[in-house]
Ligand binder design. Structure first.
Ligand SMILES: *Cc1c(COP(=O)(O)O)cnc(C)c1O
Length: 338
């Protein structure tokens, strides 16, 4: 399976009008900190509040058109931004979308997906149960499963960010990318490096449960334990049978950097108080890598502010410097100070 720059240009034409071309705005604070131009790619301004719409739209828009109550349609089992992206893109295409979830998923997530016009199917008590239902819908009802990252159409869709960055700032020396399954990082690296081979692409993730980082180290996909994180959108594995994003990230990323929960907490405060941006923990890992001193820009740098879909009570707690608890994770708060 090969993906080329031509596939990413084709994705851009296909998703135009469904996914947004997003702004790239300067961060004067981070520029002063790093001594180089520092830019924020605001995927928070997508209609679903996250970049996942790009890949989901590129995959869904390649399905034959259908009727919403017909048998044709798409399915996935993401309760997060990918589920939102698939639901939104399916509605734009007039296709039925079924998002499978376990009974442990909070009602707000169910409401969010239903508000985008998708059916929600609650099955069992784990992500594995939801995944089994998804596969059953593929087998019995002929729905097409849209993978959150390990699908060439999804990677090409995320890669349209790399095209936009190359045009918005052709002089970029580096791009910082939040890293989980690797669809975002692989797509951006593929596009941006095809246009400028000297550009560095750095994948950044949390130090607990960093599946792609551990897999690149091991030389093959490995499983890691999934734990709670402020960067919840970066949780989950890359799949032991990964067919695409593992090899692309291994070959195209110049480095991977791991950041702690305390560093993500502080970076979310910095984005709010200095850049006036509300975003999820996953979006703050680029700031975290720099503010912690773990990575230094070699020149003009862009960071992907990948999404803004978080609980606003949690956001308010962090902005006030309060302690927060998520599952097995407790983080001691600190009021913001530059
Ligand atoms: C999915 C997601 C990521 C990571 O993307 P991958 O393609 O899985 O690496 C980063 N940030 C947000 C907000 C996401 O939803």
């Amino acid at each position: 399976m090969t993906l080329t720059l031509a596939d990413i240009f084709a994705a851009r034409r296909r998703i135009a009008g469904v996914a947004a071309v997003t702004p790239l705005v300067p961060s004067p604070f981070m520029q002063q900190r790093t001594g180089h131009d520092f830019l924020l790619k605001l995927e928070t301004t997508q209609p679903i509040g996250a970049f996942k719409l790009r890949g989901a739209a590129n995959a869904v828009l390649q399905q034959p058109e259908g009727t919403r109550d017909g048998t044709r349609g798409v399915t996935c089992c993401s309760t997060g931004n990918h589920g939102r992206g698939v639901a939104y893109a399916a509605r734009a295409r007039g296709l039925r979308a079924v998002v499978c979830m376990s009974s442990l998923v909070p009602q707000t997530k169910i409401d969010g997906i239903e508000a985008l016009g998708a059916e929600v199917r609650i099955v069992g008590r784990s992500q594995d149960d939801a995944q089994r239902e998804c596969l059953r819908l593929v087998a019995d009802e002929g729905l097409t499963e849209i993978s959150p990252f390990d699908d060439p159409a999804v990677v090409a869709g995320q890669g349209t960010i790399g095209l936009e960055l190359s045009e918005q700032r052709p002089d970029l020396a580096a791009i910082l990318v939040p890293l989980s399954g690797g669809g975002l990082a692989a797509g951006i690296a593929l596009a941006a490096k095809a246009i400028n081979p000297d550009l560095r692409v750095i994948g950044i993730t949390m130090d607990r449960g960093a599946a792609m980082h551990a897999s690149i180290r091991a030389g093959h996909p490995v499983e890691v334990e999934e734990v709670a994180s402020l960067a919840d959108s970066l949780g989950g594995g890359i799949g032991l049978d990964n067919r695409l994003t593992f090899a692309l990230c291994r070959d195209l990323l110049d480095a991977t950097v791991l950041v702690t929960e305390a560093e993500i907490y502080r970076a979310m405060q910095t984005l709010y108080y200095e850049d006036r941006i509300v975003c999820e923990g996953a979006s703050a890992v680029g700031h975290a890598a720099i503010l912690s001193g773990k990575w230094s820009p070699p020149g003009p740098t862009a960071t992907i502010i990948s999404g803004r879909n978080l609980d606003m009570t949690l956001h308010a707690d962090i902005m006030q410097g309060r302690d927060v608890t998520l599952g097995d994770l407790a983080i001691g708060g600190q009021p913001y100070a530059a």
